[in-house]
Design a protein. Structure first.
Length: 265
C-alpha cells in the first residue's frame, strides 16, 4: 500500500512539473510575439555659451550644489557638535562595559538629533540672513555666501581653543591674524575638530572614573573572598548600570553636554 501511495504522489509531482513547463513555454512564446519599445537614455555635456553669463552662473551653481551634497557628511561631522557627542557616547558605553548596548544605530541617531538641536540657532540665522534674502533676489550669491559664514564662524570660534588655531596658523605659514574674526575657515575648521576631540576625551575620562572605582572595589572583594576565577566585570556591570540609572545618567550627561555648547535651561 505504501508503494502504491508513493507511486501516486510521484506521478502527481511529474504532472505538476509538466504543466508548469508548458505554461512557461506558452508565456515565453507570447513574450517573444509581443514586442515592447525600450526607451533609450542619452546624457550629453554641451559647452555653455560664454556670451550668456546667466547660463554660466547656473552651471557653476549646480556644480557647487553637487559638491556640497557630496561633502555633506563631512560637513556634518566636522563642523557641528556631532564629533564631541559621538566620542562621549563611545566612552560611556566602554566605561559601563556594555559593548553593544545601546546599539550603534541608537547612538548615532541620538547624536544626530542632538546636533540638529544644538545647531538650530545657527541654521536659523543662516536662513534669515543669507538663504532667504538670496532666494528673494535681495542679495547676490557672493553676499549670501559671506553672510552664511558669519554665524558658522562665530560658533566655531566659541568652541575652538586659541592654541589649536595658533598651531594651524603657523603650519599654514600665513600672517598672524589681527583678531579671531580674521581667521580663515580653512584654518578654523581643523582647529575646531582637534578642540572637539580633546573636549570629548576629557569628558570621557571624567565618565570613566566612577565606573573604574566600582570595578576596583568589586575586584578587591572577589580577590579577598578567593573567587579569582570569577570575572569581576560580570559582577560589576549590574552595579554600574544601577548607579547610572539611580543618578539619572542620561539626563545629567546630555544636559551637561548641551550646557557646554551654551544652551541654558
Amino acid at each position: 500500500m505504501r508503494v502504491k501511495s508513493f507511486n501516486k504522489v510521484l506521478i502527481l509531482l511529474f504532472a505538476c512539473i509538466s504543466i508548469f513547463i508548458s505554461i512557461m513555454a506558452i508565456d515565453y512564446d507570447i513574450a517573444h510575439a509581443v514586442t515592447f519599445p525600450i526607451p533609450s537614455l542619452k546624457i550629453g555635456v554641451e559647452p555653455a555659451n560664454p556670451d550668456n553669463p546667466e547660463q554660466v552662473a547656473i552651471v557653476l551653481e549646480i556644480i557647487a550644489l553637487l559638491t556640497i551634497i557630496g561633502l555633506a557628511p563631512s560637513i556634518l561631522i566636522l563642523m557641528t557638535p556631532f564629533t564631541r557627542i559621538i566620542v562621549v557616547f563611545h566612552f560611556l558605553r566602554q566605561a559601563i562595559g556594555t559593548q553593544t548596548s545601546p546599539p550603534n544605530q541608537v547612538i548615532v541617531g541620538l547624536a544626530l538629533f542632538m546636533t540638529f538641536f544644538i545647531m538650530r540657532p545657527v541654521g536659523q540665522e543662516i536662513y534669515d540672513k543669507a538663504l532667504n534674502p538670496y532666494l528673494e533676489n535681495k542679495i547676490t550669491y557672493k553676499e549670501a555666501f559671506n553672510e552664511a559664514q558669519i554665524p558658522i564662524r562665530n560658533y566655531l570660534l566659541v568652541n575652538t581653543r586659541e592654541a589649536d588655531i595658533a598651531m594651524f596658523v603657523k603650519g599654514a605659514k600665513v600672517s598672524k591674524p589681527e583678531n579671531r574674526n580674521d581667521v580663515s575657515l580653512l584654518i578654523l575648521i581643523p582647529a575646531y575638530v582637534i578642540s572637539e576631540l580633546k573636549t570629548g576625551f576629557i569628558i570621557g575620562f571624567v565618565l570613566y572614573v566612577p565606573f573604574l572605582v566600582i570595578d576596583m572595589v568589586v575586584a578587591s572583594v572577589l580577590l579577598a573572598m578567593g573567587m579569582m576565577m570569577l570575572p569581576p566585570v560580570m559582577i560589576s556591570m549590574p552595579f554600574k548600570l544601577m548607579l547610572f540609572v539611580l543618578v539619572d545618567g542620561w539626563n545629567l550627561l546630555i544636559g551637561s553636554m548641551m550646557k557646554s555648547f551654551g544652551i541654558t535651561f
